[in-house]
Write a protein that binds this ligand. Structure first.
Ligand SMILES: Cc1cc2nc3c(=O)[nH]c(=O)nc-3n(C[C@H](O)[C@H](O)[C@H](O)COP(=O)(O)OP(=O)(O)OC[C@H]3O[C@@H](n4cnc5c(N)ncnc54)[C@H](O)[C@@H]3O)c2cc1C
Length: 377
């Protein structure tokens, strides 16, 4: 067998590629993973690092998120991955927000089975050091959310693949073309029996027709980060509030959502126009990650809007407190987004080739589960 042979080749060193490489390696395949950049710099290192089952569509997608959560914890047990089981709090300041959460709990037994429940402001304060209790009516506690530090987690998972499963992880190598069993890479021709194309925002290099047929678009998001908090201050539960209820699929089936949506659009028109909902998570060194906004289009300018950042911070302060909310870093992230609420795009453009993309804002939450499903298919 030539040395440049693998059973399974994976293209892309973001979370989607890493997850498919792990699933293939667990099945005993010899796996090679190609990443164009010298280290991953795509959506997978620009996010909050939230593993967020509570926001996912009920049914199979929620179960996929719970399975992915188990895999993150499995990796954390075998590596130095920072992965606290923070849980999350949806903080409630208005009756219409409470109505959505009550309806969600009443109609989603799977979430209740996981321990999701309403809590009082006093309980919320116990669960989340960052909770601002001014005007707080109640909260929904969910114990399933994990927090990883994406800039560390992605390299840790890549190292784990190499060390634990012998995956040949090749950074700085672009795949230019696929004609199985041959892959034309910048490091020469490789042979593989099957390929997973997990190329994130690059819709143009490999199988461009798949992306245009799938109607994928790109979402631009603005993010902010504080310095590490003084005195090793810990956020504990990840926090969000009313605007987040408009964002996640988990709440879409709630009939009470329309009243909330109407009030939010009247009260926060700028937030609505810029797709702003606000999450607060923490990093391994104690900094706080804050975001985000959502703008959709095929091509985006690279500029940040200060008005958007201010709107994110203004809303954050309505529900959260922390010792130091000064901003140390700002960045933009981009993720491919599938149309009509689809949770992913999985296409076989030719035998042996699977394109996996379009996980939108839930790639950290769902990829490990989707990888296992795709390898079992
Ligand atoms: C600001 C922001 C916040 C988010 N927050 C969360 C969150 O908290 N929780 C959550 O679950 N999800 C979150 N997401 C979504 C999540 O980050 C994405 O769904 C996920 O990272 C997408 O992973 P990916 O592997 O498809 O893309 P990427 O991470 O972009 O990786 C694709 C990789 O493929 C490589 N590549 C492309 N073409 C080639 C080629 N031909 N040869 C070799 N390499 C190639 C690229 O260089 C790139 O590294 C967020 C996203 C953003 C932007």
């Amino acid at each position: 067998m030539p040395t440049n042979h693998a059973d399974t080749a994976v293209i892309g060193g973001g979370i989607v590629g890493l997850a498919h490489a792990l699933a293939a390696a667990k099945r005993g395949d010899r796996v090679v993973l190609f990443e164009r950049d010298d280290f991953s710099v795509g959506a997978s290192i620009r996010n909050f690092g939230l593993i967020w089952p509570v926001g996912q569509k009920r049914g199979a997608i929620y179960q996929r998120a719970l399975r992915a959560r188990e895999i993150w914890l499995e990796i954390a047990a075998k590596t130095d991955l920072w992965c606290p089981q923070t849980g999350s709090l949806h903080l409630v300041h208005h009756q219409d927000e409470e109505a959505v959460l009550e309806e969600f709990l009443a109609t989603t037994p799977a979430a209740r089975d996981q321990g999701c429940r309403m809590v009082t402001p006093a309980e919320a304060e116990q669960l989340g050091a960052g909770v601002n209790t001014d005007g707080l009516k109640a909260a929904m506690w969910s114990p399933t959310e994990l927090n990883v530090d994406p800039r560390r987690a992605i390299p840790t998972v890549a190292r784990y693949l190499a060390d634990e499963y012998g995956v040949d992880v090749r950074f700085g190598t672009t795949v230019r073309g696929i004609n199985l069993p041959h892959l034309d890479t910048t490091a020469g021709i490789w042979h593989a029996d099957r390929v997973f194309v997990c190329s994130g925002n690059d819709f143009e290099t490999l199988y461009p027709h798949v992306y245009s047929a799938a109607n994928l678009t790109r979402c631009k998001l603005q993010m902010l980060r504080t310095p590490p908090q003084p005195g090793n201050w810990q956020l504990d539960a990840t926090l969000c509030a009313g605007l987040t209820l408009l964002h996640y699929a988990a709440f879409k089936q709630c009939t009470s959502l329309s009243a909330l949506s109407e009030r939010m659009h009247e009260q926060f028109p700028f937030h609505g126009d810029n797709g702003i909902h606000v999450l607060l998570s923490q990093t391994a060194d104690g900094a706080l990650t804050i975001g985000d906004s959502h703008h959709y289009g095929k091509t985006h300018d690279p500029f940040e809007s200060e008005a958007v950042s201010e709107a994110i911070m203004d809303y954050l302060k309505t529900f959260a407190n922390a010792p130091d909310l000064s901003i140390a870093q700002r960045w933009t992230g981009y993720y491919p987004s599938a149309p009509r609420g689809a949770t992913e795009v999985v296409v076989n453009p030719e035998p042996g080739v699977t394109v996996v993309n379009g996980l939108g804002g839930a790639g950290m939450t769902l990829s490990f589960g989707l990888g296992e499903e795709n390898l079992a298919a």
